[in-house]
Design a binder for this molecule. Sequence first.
Ligand code: B12
Length: 242
Amino acid sequence: MMPSASTTSVPSRAQLVAALSVHGLRLRGGWLPGVEDALPSLPGGQTAAVVWMVGVTGSDFWPLFKATSFYQDGQPDPLDRWSQAIGSELANQWGGMALFPFDGPPYHPFQRWATRAEPLQASPLMLRIHPEFGLWHAYRFALALPVALPDDLPAFTHVPATARSDLCLTCDGQPCLSACPVQAFTGAAYRLDACAAHLHSPDGGDCMQSGCRARRACPIGRDHTYEPEHAAFHMRAFASRH
Ligand code: B12
């Protein structure tokens, strides 16, 4: 697709990667939306031609985020506010729109979108599992832009999910399913009440300080396990809401 007259610039994949890496964020791939995705119109009235998924892997972003005023100002939801500031600035720069995983309900289907952008699979923990990063990754925003550069989309986009081997079904012993001290994961469901009650109990210290034990039991992507301080930040945010 050719850039429209109102489009001031079209970032190449390399420019996107560079703009994100300043913040420790990672380009997680992109996908081409259709009418059925019902995305909102972009500020100039244009239709989104591509959606880039932006997120974090491991704790790469953590020292950069910790150094910002968002982390240090004592106000609620520092990570969401940091994501909003970066996503909105990049969207304005490139004539697009930033969409956030925490806007809702109803929520944007980030996990479904992500599965169109990179080789993710469902896992028994509800989280999507990545062959390299395991369960140690998340999304901070999606950038819907008016112009797509199809050559910049990853080759993965063309490989059907059925052609990939199943990481969790072939996992020896599935340790994630037996590691939770209160059996919050049944393999088919996540017992949020049991998890939350444990986190608030005197026995919940290990999960609160080092992160979810079931997530830590997964053998995939261990090199990307969140640092304890980063993991504890998410667990505090989670426990404060449940
Ligand atoms: C609501 C929500 C929750 C609820 C879930 C309630 C429920 N049963 O639906 C609660 C509070 C439990 C929760 C918890 C957590 N969540 Co949450 N959550 C979300 C949120 C905001 C919305 C999900 C949603 O309703 N989407 C709407 C539907 C239409 O979109 P969808 O893409 O189709 O998503 C659904 C399917 O993918 C389905 N699904 C997921 N896995 C599987 C597997 C199978 C087999 C099937 C059939 C379906 C299925 O579940 C989704 C919700 O219904 C998303 C962000 C987002 N916008 O997606 C994060 C999100 C899913 N959560 C995330 C995370 C990291 C967590 C936590 C680990 C938080 C933490 N402490 O760090 C915890 C713990 C969960 C765990 N198992 O360990 C990440 C997951 C990243 C990843 N690797 O996949 C997301 C994407 C947020 C992000 N910023 O990246 N979460």
